[in-house]
Write a protein that binds this ligand. Sequence first.
Ligand SMILES: *Cc1c(COP(=O)(O)O)cnc(C)c1O
Length: 373
Amino acid sequence: MIPIIDSKRQYAQIAEEAEKEVLDVMRSGQYILGRHNKAFEEEISNFLNVKYAVCLNSGTDALHLALRALNIGEGDEVITVAFTFVATTEAIGIVGATPVFVDIDENTFNIDANKIEEKITPRTKAILPVHLYGQPCEMDKIMEIARKHNLYVIEDCCQAIGASYKGQKVGTFGDIGCYSFYPTKNLGTMGDGGLAITNNENLKNRIIALRNHGGAIRYHHDEIGVNSRLDEIQAAILRVKLPYVNEWNKLRREHAAYYNELFRNAEDIKTPVELDNSYCVYHQYTIKVQNRDEVHKMLQERGIGAMIYYPIPLHLQKVHSYLGFTEGYLPNTEKNTKMVMSLPMFAEITKEEQQTVAKTVIDCVKEANLAIV
Ligand SMILES: *Cc1c(COP(=O)(O)O)cnc(C)c1O
């Protein structure tokens, strides 16, 4: 069995350090918003090259509180994609705003920047691009449109920590960048965690207040907030892991290149495209194949932990049925939804495992095509 990700292998590398730090937190009696939160916010600001970072409870909260901080709510529209994890549009719904879907570029899996402007209305407040699978969106085009139409930009970087576009880290182009530390992300903790980053001091202060019941001063509450603090134990673990992230991302890129090589002669398998000037961190290595569901089933039977991210595009999910979209509205999104398949990808995967994965995928694609034709 070759899993999509094996968190235990990563744990083995950091176990000694992490166990010491967690024990230290437990003995310290300081469990919430303590020294590790403060230090991690500083360390990750340096890592991402941004002025401010605010630790939160999840990536979902980072998105939701980013929208709140920008006063986006009832009656407002936010332009985003349907080819993403549901948390992206859930956050828009939580604040009472409406997601407006733009189709993706079928090669990059990300928002098609050329199709954004046609979706702008007087109600549009923000663009929310998602750097899916660790691949940066075309941020120069997106920022140009945002400036021209006076829109905010919130970047969903939950799958893309360490990724950069033209040498600049994702999350630092727009007004607020949102990150997740869910265990399987490129920087994952051992529970839930998230982060909002910004270069704007007012936005930083607003998010700090919102995460702790809507007040900057204890027991002084200015507005309805939430409890979205990051536990000290999680912050301590993240501090142990952060220094490894560049190396882990580098390994992911090497593994992606090796998969590309292994699939080079397989005409029926479309390997991921990486844009020029961008540093993709391969949160997922996602191929496209015909007869995807058959291939996926065969792979599972043969012990290859391939996964479908995501099997139903968001505009066709029940949660958004009130918007009234039907099949055909987003052709590239829908086509990709039926073809994508993510293969085992993590820093510690071995060349032998990758060879097994690639060979099995190539065999299964051939067999599925024969069976269907
Ligand atoms: C993981 C993820 C989120 C949500 O992060 P959580 O920490 O699980 O709340 C949001 N958007 C994308 C694209 C994600 O992959």
